[in-house]
Design a protein around this ligand. Structure first.
Ligand code: 4NP
Length: 152
């Protein structure tokens, strides 16, 4: 059975599409499926933010085929691991869990680098391009850790 991983942020246009693209580039698609979603619904059906597309392309990753979707309680049935970008995403996603098993699937992605410190991936939406470079670098390191910890 494939390991199914979901990356979650607020809008599903800046951070989680990058996390999806980065992790997808690191895994074997025969064994692992990676997707992303937002807790909000404003960008359902939208392409990722141009600045996320640009920083990904600069690093050899094409995320232009991705389209925004909203996180739903049904995702708990589909995915094995749900990585959220910040503490607000964490509480919004956990609220929709219906069991301890579901709650245990959720973690903050930067816990991979800074365990137990509850460090947020900063939302780069209202900032400049440097914010996107920083987010890319953080997510890259976190995804490397995910690959090694989960042995995927
Ligand atoms: P993201 O950034 O959660 O990293 O995709 C945002 C994108 C859009 C909005 C908020 C955050 N928005 O309010 O539209």
């Amino acid at each position: 059975m494939k390991t199914k991983i979901l990356m979650v942020c607020l809008g599903n246009i800046c951070r989680s599409p990058l996390a999806e693209g980065i992790l997808t580039a690191m895994i074997n698609p025969d064994n692992v499926a990676v997707d992303s979603a937002g807790t909000g619904n404003w960008h359902v059906g939208d392409k990722p933010d141009k600045r996320s597309i640009t920083v990904a392309l600069k690093n050899g990753i094409d995320i232009t085929q991705q389209r925004g979707k909203q996180f739903s309680t049904y995702d708990y049935e589909i995915y094995d691991h749900i990585f959220v970008m910040d503490a607000t995403n964490y509480s919004d996603v956990i609220k929709l869990a219906t069991s301890h098993t579901e709650k245990a699937k959720v973690s903050m992605i930067l816990d991979e680098i800074f365990p137990g410190e509850a460090v947020d991936v900063p939302d780069p939406y209202y900032g400049g391009d440097t914010g996107f470079d920083n987010v890319y670098a953080m997510l890259y390191t976190a995804c490397e850790k995910i690959v090694s910890r989960l042995a995927i």
